[in-house]
Design a protein around this ligand. Structure first.
Ligand code: ADP
Length: 760
């Protein structure tokens, strides 16, 4: 064995042993294929070790060193392939790797079988390819063909990973694996070449390849290959041009007419000067050629951040801020899209913060609005505690984020962004500025993240102000609404207040009329009596009139007393079993004369079949009579009054069956704004000037107590009363309907006095 090859092999073995040790120590930081990386290293070591065997060593009498070497290299390629396959899959899934290993084992098994069957093995001997083809030697041909297939499949997998890579960093990694695979395959082929020099090269190449695999597995962020290629091209160009210049100069020197003495020195100095003068523009030319390529997508941080802060500080509204921030960010970082996420730190909730994706910018048509981040998790630590930016690539590849909870990972994946920077105000995280991939698909360099972080910083105050403005707007709106409510309540109060003052007028008026009648009749009786002219007939008619007047007074006073009872919640209800039919019949009985007089028709439907209810009969009769009396009063002669009753089954689970009675008239109707007010004490929708003393006359106004009493009684039964009407019109008479809803059994908290106690 050549001594140089021996030395290199020994050195390679030493280095690989060190790599093995290193991998063993740092195994926690490995990305995916720990066992496979270890196998790759071991097999590579084994392959190198076979070189230390004497070339004529026999295995089972027949097979030499090259058989072992080929098998070790084939196994090495398979193990390395397993690393690549696991690494290029985005989520570490084992399916692909299993298929790969199966393929590899088939190849390996085939190789061993072929080796056992072959009488000779010529691989790795000088000129073996010709001999193997001529002798159709299965082992060597299978080894070479398999190597080709395995290399092609691996390159295909890497190319596909490069093609579908969602992030430039991932594409860069795939690119790295492409190069690494090529290096390993070339190394293996060189080691099997059979030529001393090529084998030597092969050992070194394979070492480089194996070291590359270790590097990629240990560092999740491999160096930027595109940038590396650009830089080396530039260097190559500069070196070539400089070399050409120097070559020209040396040529010139060799043609110098004088070779020594002062003159020659002067000439040489002039030549050196000329070369130096030429070098400067040549260097500049080379830079000029490459600058656009290398600086493509590079950002001038000073200009970018200044422009950003100028624009953002002018934004007051949240929408505006988002628009300006994302537009400026897209422009100055040269990214495809960007967006803003608001952070709500609501404190307690499961130790999480809420992320709200703001529509607009790069999130314009985004569906998933909310996400959560655990305060104990690595994302929160990076953004809120360390207050540092974060890249999507880190989230997916860095070992620091291996423990990231699946929902968090999915949320960030769904954003389709590449980098995030925290927006911090007064040491707390209030938002996240996110930006998508760069337009030129370059990875995010630390200086880009630095710029992004600075911009996020500048967004802080603007964002806080915008949120404050939004809050203020909201507050303002609710204040306005409150104000409006207050104003309405005020108007209502004023109205009611005027109603009360009016009542004094009405009450005195209503009471004064019968009082004046009583006064008048007593005076007349007194005078007639003292004149001795009082006869029986006169006494009879006057006493009749006196009774009417005092009855009217009594009625009024009773109504007022009822109302004052309702006022202090003191109306006693005496419940007993009765039917709605009986109540309505008793309510309308005394009104039949009045109905006839006013030529009204009254009909009642649906009362007969109704079940019994538990109610204070007397009070309910009073309530319904008040309603029907109103219908009579506010319906012109010849009109109709209809009473419709029905049993309403419960609609919702918590409700009970109830009875609904509707009293409809064809009268003057009630204006919308009065529909509720008419139930207020002393409220009359019409001018008290229209006052009429006749109880049942058309538009005969009372003191405004009837509906108040009805409402109090019905609500005391756990029921409801309300009025509906298209409006008030004296000519067209749109009519009105009063609805009364009564439960079959009053609720337990109804104002109830037991019948026995009531009788006492
Ligand atoms: P009043 O003693 O004035 O009848 P109510 O409390 O019974 O007092 O009624 C209050 C007001 O409601 C009435 O003055 C009238 O303006 C209005 N109102 C009540 N019932 C009707 C009805 N059926 N049609 C039109 N207006 C009605």
């Amino acid at each position: 064995m050549d001594s140089l090859l021996g030395a290199v092999t020994l050195a390679s073995i030493g280095i690989q042993a060190l790599l093995l040790l290193y991998v063993q120590v740092r195994r926690q930081r490995l990305r995916t294929g720990y066992p496979w990386l270890l196998s790759t290293l071991l097999l590579s070591l084994l392959a190198a070790l076979t070189f230390l065997l004497p070339p004529d060593v026999q295995i089972t009498g027949k097979y030499g060193r090259n058989f072992a070497l080929t098998l070790a290299l084939a196994a090495l390629v398979i193990a390395f392939g397993a690393v690549v396959v696991s690494d290029t899959q985005r989520q570490p899934a084992t399916g692909g790797r299993r298929a790969w290993l199966l393929l590899g084992l088939l190849w390996l098994g085939g190789l061993i079988a072929a080796g056992l069957l072959s009488p000779t093995i010529s691989i790795a001997e000088g000129e073996w390819l010709v001999a193997a083809v001529n002798a159709r030697e299965p082992f060597s041909l299978m080894a070479l063909g398999g190597l080709g297939v395995v290399g092609a499949v691996l390159l295909g997998i890497c190319l596909y990973a490069f093609y579908i890579a969602p992030l430039p960093e991932i594409a860069n990694r795939a690119l790295f694996w492409i190069i690494n695979t090529a290096v390993i395959v070339v190394g293996v082929i060189l080691m099997l070449s059979g030529s001393q020099t090529l084998t030597l090269l092969g050992v070194i190449t394979l070492l480089v390849g194996v070291a590359g695999a270790v590097y990629a597995q240990l560092s999740y962020r491999v160096f930027d290959i595109r940038n590396g290629v650009n830089l080396s091209l530039r260097t190559a160009l500069v070196v070539t041009m400089t070399a050409l210049l120097l070559f020209g100069a040396l040529q010139a020197v060799s043609r110098l007419p004088v070779r020594s003495g002062m003159e020659a020195n002067v000439l040489l100095a002039l030549l050196a000067l000329a070369v130096a003068l030429l070098y400067v523009p040549v260097r500049q030319l080379a830079d000029a050629v490459f600058r656009p390529i290398i600086q493509r997508g590079q950002v001038n941080p000073t200009i970018a951040t200044r422009r950003y802060s100028q624009r953002v500080s002018g934004a007051v509204e949240l929408d505006q801020l988002i628009r300006v921030a994302t537009e400026t960010l897209n422009e100055s970082l040269r990214v495809r899209r960007s967006g803003l996420i608001l952070v709500n730190d609501t404190g307690g909730e499961n130790g999480q913060i809420e992320l709200m994706v703001m529509p607009g910018g790069g999130f314009a048509d985004f569906k998933n609005i909310r996400g959560y981040v655990a305060k104990a998790g690595p994302v929160y630590r990076q953004l809120a505690v360390k207050q540092s930016p974060l890249t999507q690539f880190d989230l997916e590849f860095s070992p620091d984020y291996k423990t990231l909870a699946e929902p968090e990972r999915q949320f960030f994946n769904s954003l389709r962004m590449s980098a995030y920077a925290p927006v911090i105000v007064e040491n707390s995280l209030i938002g996240i500025l996110a930006c998508g991939p760069k337009i030129n698909d370059a990875p995010f360099y630390p200086r880009d993240l630095e710029v992004l972080a600075t911009m996020a910083n500048q967004t802080g105050v603007g964002l806080r102000n915008a949120r404050l403005v939004a809050d203020l707007r909201h507050l303002n709106r609710s204040m306005e609404a409150l104000n409006k409510g207050l104003e309405e309540a005020n108007q209502q109060m004023e109205k009611l207040d005027s109603v009360k003052t009016e009542f004094v007028t009405i009450a005195s008026h209503e009471l004064r009329t019968p009082l004046a009648q009583i006064r008048g009749y007593t005076d007349i009786m007194d005078q007639l009596n003292s004149a001795g002219m009082l006869n029986q007939d006169q006494i009879g008619s006057m006493v009749g009139n006196l009774r009417k007047a005092s009855e009217r007074m009594e009625e009024l006073i009773t109504a007022m007393l009822d109302v004052s009872q309702l006022d202090v919640n003191a109306m006693d209800l005496r419940f007993s079993q009765t039917t709605p039919e009986a109540i309505i019949r008793m309510a309308i009985e005394p009104l039949t004369d009045a109905i006839k007089q006013r030529k009204l028709t009254l009909s009642a439907r649906g009362l007969r079949g109704l079940p019994t209810i538990e109610a204070d009969m007397q009070r309910l009769v009073q309530a319904f009579r008040n309603i029907v009396v109103n219908a009579i009063k506010f319906t012109p002669d010849g009109g109709r009054i209809e009473i419709n009753a029905s049993l309403q089954p419960a609609e919702k689970p918590g409700e009970k069956d109830h009875i609904l009675i509707a009293i409809t008239d064809t009268g003057v109707g009630i204006a919308r704004e009065n529909l509720e007010l008419i139930f207020q004490k002393f409220y009359r929708a019409y001018d008290p000037g229209l006052h009429s003393t006749g109880t049942y006359k058309f538009m005969g106004a009372g003191p405004g107590l009837g509906l108040t009493i009805a409402k109090g009684v019905i609500e005391g039964h756990g029921g409801k009363i309300w009025a509906e009407s298209p409006g008030h019109n004296m000519e067209s008479c749109p009519g009105s309907t009063f609805f009364v809803e009564l439960p079959l059994v009053p609720p337990a908290n109804a104002r109830r006095v037991l019948p026995m106690e009531g009788e006492k």
